[in-house]
Ligand binder design. Structure first.
Ligand SMILES: NC(=O)C1=CN([C@@H]2O[C@H](COP(=O)(O)OP(=O)(O)OC[C@H]3O[C@@H](n4cnc5c(N)ncnc54)[C@H](O)[C@@H]3O)[C@@H](O)[C@H]2O)C=CC1
Ligand SMILES: O=C(O)C(=O)[C@H](O)COP(=O)(O)O
Length: 369
C-alpha cells in the first residue's frame, strides 16, 4: 500500500488521499529525514525545506507535492537528479491573496482618508496573483502600474514599467514575485535601502509575496527615519521575524494572505489530481463536494448596489484588521506558527452568491460569484 506523508496543516488531505494509500501526518516545520524515510508520496507546505538533507535516507520516494504557489522551499534540481516527480499548486490561493490586498487597501484608505481612485498602485510581479489584483483594481477604477521584466521579455504587448520608474511613480507598491536568489531578475532584497530612498515619502508598501523580497533591516531603518504606510504578511527568516518592524506596520500578519479555506483546500485538491494522473487512476474525490457550506450563501442586492457597497460586503467576508489584531496579541506569546496553524476560517468572495436583477459585471472581476 502506498505510504503518503502529508503536512498536518493540509486541509482535506485524508478526504482526498485515503483511497490512494496510508496517510501519515507530520509537523512540516520540524520534519527530519527519519520522519519521512518510508514515504512513497510526500506532500508539504511552504515551511518544509525539501532537499537532499531531508530525502537522502528515502530511496523509494516517487512524488513530492507542495500545496503552495511558492517553490523556494523546494530543491527542484535535486528532485530532478533523483528522478522524483514534483508538482506545486500554481494559482491555488491567488484569489485569497488578492482579497487580502484589497482588504488592506480599504483599511489604509480609511485610516489615511485616501480616495483610492487618486492613488496609483504599482504591482511588482504580474502572474496569477498580480494579474488578478490588476483586474480587481481596474474594476474599482484604481490606476495601476505593472512591473514584470520576465513577461515584458516574452510578451510584446505587456504594459511593463521598470522597477526604478515604478518606485518613483507609485503611491502604493504591492509585491507579488517569487523569491529567487539567482538570475538577472532575482528578487532577493529587490526592495533594498537604495530603492527605498527613491520611493515617494508617503508611498505605501504591501508585501504578501516572500519576506526576502524586501530587506527587512533596511525597511526598519527607513521606517524609523520616515514612517510610511506598511502592510507585511511575509517576513524575512520566518518564524524568527524582525520584531521591531511590527510597530512600524499598519497591518502585520503571519503569512496568512493565502490562507482562505478555498485557497488551502485547492492546494490539496491540485496535488491529488496530479497524483491521480501519475498513478493513472480516476479521481474519486472532488473539491466542490468537500468544501464546507459557507455561513452566508446568498445576498440579495438591488439595482442601487455600487462600488461603495462592495467594500461593506467584502468586509463581512474578510477584514484583515482581524488578523492584524490576532497577530499583535499573540506574536510574543503563542507565536508566529501558532497564529498560522490556528488561523480562523476565512471564505473567499466566490463563496458568496450575490443575487439581483442585474448584477454589475465588475463583481466577477473582484471574484464574487
Ligand atoms: N503570502 C502568501 O500567503 C502567499 C504568497 N505567495 C507568493 O507570491 C508569489 C507570486 O505568486 P503568483 O502570482 O501565483 O506566482 P506566478 O509565478 O504566477 O507570478 C509571479 C510573477 O513574478 C514575475 N517576476 C519574477 N521575477 C520578477 C522580478 N524580478 N520583478 C518583477 N516580476 C518578477 C514572474 O515573471 C511572474 O509573472 C509566489 O511565488 C509566492 O512566493 C503566493 C501565495 C500566497
Ligand atoms: O502558496 C504560497 O506560496 C504561500 O505562501 C502559502 O500561503 C503558504 O502557506 P503555508 O504553506 O506556509 O501554510
Amino acid at each position: 500500500m502506498m505510504k503518503i506523508f502529508a503536512d498536518e496543516n493540509m486541509p482535506l488531505v485524508q478526504a482526498f488521499f485515503a483511497k490512494l494509500g496510508e496517510v501519515t501526518l507530520f509537523n512540516g516545520r520540524t520534519a527530519r529525514a527519519n520522519d519521512i524515510a518510508e514515504a512513497d508520496i510526500l506532500l508539504v507546505r511552504s515551511v518544509t525545506q525539501v532537499n537532499e538533507a531531508l530525502l537522502a535516507a528515502n530511496k523509494k520516494l516517487q512524488f513530492v507535492g507542495t500545496a503552495t504557489i511558492g517553490m523556494d522551499h523546494i530543491d527542484r534540481t535535486y528532485l530532478a537528479a533523483r528522478n522524483i516527480a514534483f508538482s506545486s499548486a500554481p494559482g491555488c490561493n491567488a484569489q485569497s491573496v488578492v482579497e487580502y490586498v484589497l482588504s488592506s487597501l480599504w483599511c489604509l484608505a480609511e485610516r489615511y482618508q485616501w480616495q483610492l481612485r487618486d492613488k496609483t498602485v504599482g504591482i511588482v510581479g504580474v502572474g496569477n496573483i498580480g494579474r488578478r489584483l490588476a483586474n480587481a483594481l481596474t474594476a474599482l477604477h484604481i490606476p495601476v502600474l505593472l512591473c514584470d521584466p520576465i513577461r515584458a521579455k516574452h510578451e510584446a504587448d505587456f504594459a511593463h514599467t521598470d522597477f526604478e520608474q515604478l518606485c518613483q511613480q507609485a503611491d502604493i507598491i504591492s509585491f507579488h514575485t517569487p523569491l529567487t536568489k539567482t538570475g538577472l531578475e532575482q528578487t532577493t532584497h529587490l526592495l533594498n535601502a537604495t530603492q527605498l530612498a527613491k520611493l515617494k515619502p508617503d508611498c505605501a508598501i504591501i508585501n504578501a509575496s516572500r519576506g526576502g523580497v524586501i530587506d527587512n533591516a533596511a525597511l526598519l531603518a527607513a521606517q524609523q527615519q520616515c514612517r510610511r504606510p506598511l502592510v507585511l504578511d511575509v517576513w524575512e527568516h520566518e518564524p524568527e521575524i524582525l520584531r521591531p518592524l511590527i510597530a512600524y506596520c499598519d497591518i502585520a500578519t503571519a503569512h496568512i494572505a493565502g490562507h482562505s479555506i478555498e485557497g488551502k483546500a485547492r492546494g490539496t485538491a491540485m496535488l491529488y489530481q496530479r497524483c491521480c494522473e501519475l498513478l493513472q487512476i480516476p479521481e474519486s474525490a472532488h473539491l466542490s463536494e468537500l468544501l464546507p457550506v459557507p455561513a452566508v450563501e446568498k445576498l440579495q442586492i438591488s439595482a442601487n448596489f455600487g462600488l461603495p457597497d462592495v467594500q461593506n460586503v467584502a468586509r463581512m467576508l474578510y477584514d484583515v484588521r482581524r488578523d492584524d489584531a490576532l497577530f499583535r496579541y499573540h506574536i510574543e506569546g503563542k507565536g508566529f506558527d501558532w497564529l498560522r496553524k490556528s488561523y480562523p476560517a476565512r471564505r473567499e468572495f466566490s463563496a458568496l452568491q450575490l443575487v439581483g436583477q442585474a448584477t454589475p459585471p465588475w463583481l466577477s472581476q473582484l471574484g464574487f460569484n
